[in-house]
Design a protein around this ligand. Structure first.
Ligand code: TRP
Ligand code: ZN
Length: 476
């Protein structure tokens, strides 16, 4: 069956190639002499050693168009996600990540029904009716329905589509996105997004990026949100429920949309304080880290019950369970917009490039707004740290959210500051995110970047602080 399809693909592609050669050279190129393209399946994973099944090979997604209707009574969704991608090899077949009990009713590639199977926990294996030639754009449309199920990983906590008392919140780091949409779930394949979400009139929907027009028909309201800058799937987000929304502006007239779940106990005026603090921190961080990378900002205080806040792109989500939603935490999640969101690590082992800098943002916040010098925070962290086992730049799959990554990551940065001096260090804080804006980065690249900027060999410094277990000596 697949062989027959592949055969047809060959014919189509060869005739297209012949036409191209004719147009380019005016010389007929016989199909017999043209090299036969070898179509093969895309890889079922993107090559991350911590998460071998996540992401896929053979194509690159440019845009996700997620259209989803949610029924609070049953908790079910009814959705169509359309993916605009480009083949990066001659593809006979490719995977998307998709998991859980949702049932697919229709799947097409370039408008034609395509064969699909589901394999393992999260592979949706798609065989288009003809091979997809390297470099060619293609469109995959998947219609599906059911009650999405969150992930509860013993080491990584709760992620994915989380049902709440009044709706749902989707938080996708590191492995949740595939619980409600088919996706190339790897930080290395960023894309733009539109999310068109229909809910019973009266409920509110928030998501990444900028709002479009909201329309109501037959007691159903449709909200539209678009993220027009590259976004990793782990940073995509949705919040459906009863929210009080505050609209303001941040630095340079940036739209600043914040929301607080109505069931959360708040002080009078807290909506305004949350909005203004967000704006103040975005402005301050922009002055240190360079221009804010997205077209809007904000934040959502929600009753999700996951016990963490998350740096979802342009609009972090703060679970009300989080110990304290204060300036520190806002500085952390908003700091991630540069470190973690605009710049995403190529592998999860490099997550200290997110968490080290986000934690350092908290330390800078303490200095700027609470008069606690960064060096004092460092000295306390260095003295109090009990566990010096583990490697900051390769903590292991089950340790990506450990103190090792956060505190020792930030300590490594303060040690670097001591080593290269304030001027060079603050240059790094601004130039690193500027030079790699919207990119995918590795620890190796970071080390090279700092070495180039300072003209120093820092191999043994970084070896000690990032790659070696054990408590580093403090030397100048
Ligand atoms: N990355 C989040 C932050 O630092 C926190 C986070 C996400 C987390 N998932 C988690 C923390 C799971 C503990 C467990 O902003
Ligand atoms: Zn963080």
């Amino acid at each position: 069956m697949r062989g027959a399809n592949l055969g047809r693909g060959h014919l189509l592609v060869i005739s297209a190639l012949t036409a191209g050669l004719l147009a380019a050279t005016g010389t007929p190129a016989g199909a017999a002499t043209a090299p036969a393209p070898r179509f093969s399946p895309g890889a079922p994973g993107a090559g991350d050693p911590y998460f071998p099944d996540m992401g896929n090979g053979g194509y690159d997604v440019g845009h996700y168009d997620i259209r989803l209707a949610f029924s609070p009574g049953t908790g079910a969704i009814d959705a169509t996600t359309t993916i605009f991608a480009t083949a990066t090899q001659d593809l006979s077949r490719f995977d998307l990540d998709f998991q859980g009990p949702l049932t697919i009713s229709k799947l097409s590639v370039n408008g034609r029904n395509a064969a699909f199977t589901r394999s393992g926990a999260q592979e949706l294996v798609i065989t288009p009716p003809y091979g997809l030639r390297k470099g060619s754009p293609f469109v995959v449309s998947v219609s599906y329905a059911g009650v999405p199920q969150k992930i509860d990983d013993p080491a990584l906590g709760v992620s994915g589509w989380v049902a709440t008392k009044d709706g749902a919140v989707a938080l996708n780091q590191p492995i949740g996105a595939a619980t409600y949409y088919p996706v190339n779930d790897t930080t290395a394949d960023k894309a733009t997004y539109t999310q068109t979400i229909t809910v019973p009139a009266g409920l509110t929907v928030l998501a990444n990026g900028e709002p479009g027009p909201t329309t109501t028909h037959d007691h159903q309201t449709t909200f539209r949100w678009s993220m027009n800058r590259p976004m990793a799937s782990e940073l995509s987000m949705l919040a459906i429920g009863n929210y009080d929304v505050t609209r303001g502006v941040a630095v340079g007239g940036l739209p600043n949309i914040t929301a607080i779940g109505r069931s959360i106990d708040t002080q009078p005026g807290q909506g305004k304080v949350f909005n203004e603090t967000t704006a103040q921190i975005v402005q301050w961080e922009s002055s240190m880290y360079g221009q804010y990378p997205f077209d809007s900002t904000g934040g959502i205080l929600a009753d999700v019950g996951v016990g963490y806040a998350l740096e979802t792109q342009s609009r972090p989500v703060y679970d009300q369970d989080t110990s304290d939603v204060d300036g520190d935490l806002l500085a952390h999640e908003l700091g991630h917009q540069w470190f973690g969101d605009s710049l995403t690590p190529v592998r999860w082992s490099d997550i200290w490039l997110n968490e080290g800098f986000a934690t350092y943002s908290e330390w800078l916040y303490q200095e700027k707004f609470n008069n606690v010098p960064v060096q004092e925070t460092f000295a306390k962290a260095y003295a109090d740290e009990k566990d010096w086992s583990g490697k900051v730049a390769d903590p292991g799959r089950d340790h990506i959210f450990d103190d090792l990554v956060y505190n020792r990551g930030a300590m490594a940065l303060q040690a670097l500051r001591t080593k290269i001096g304030d001027r060079a260090f603050f240059d790094v804080l601004k130039q690193w995110p500027t030079a790699n804006r919207y990119g995918t980065v590795s620890t190796r690249q970071f080390i090279q970047f700092v070495e180039r900027l300072t003209g120093r060999n820092l191999a043994s410094f970084f070896q000690t602080w990032l790659y070696q277990p054990g408590k580093p000596q403090l030397t100048r």
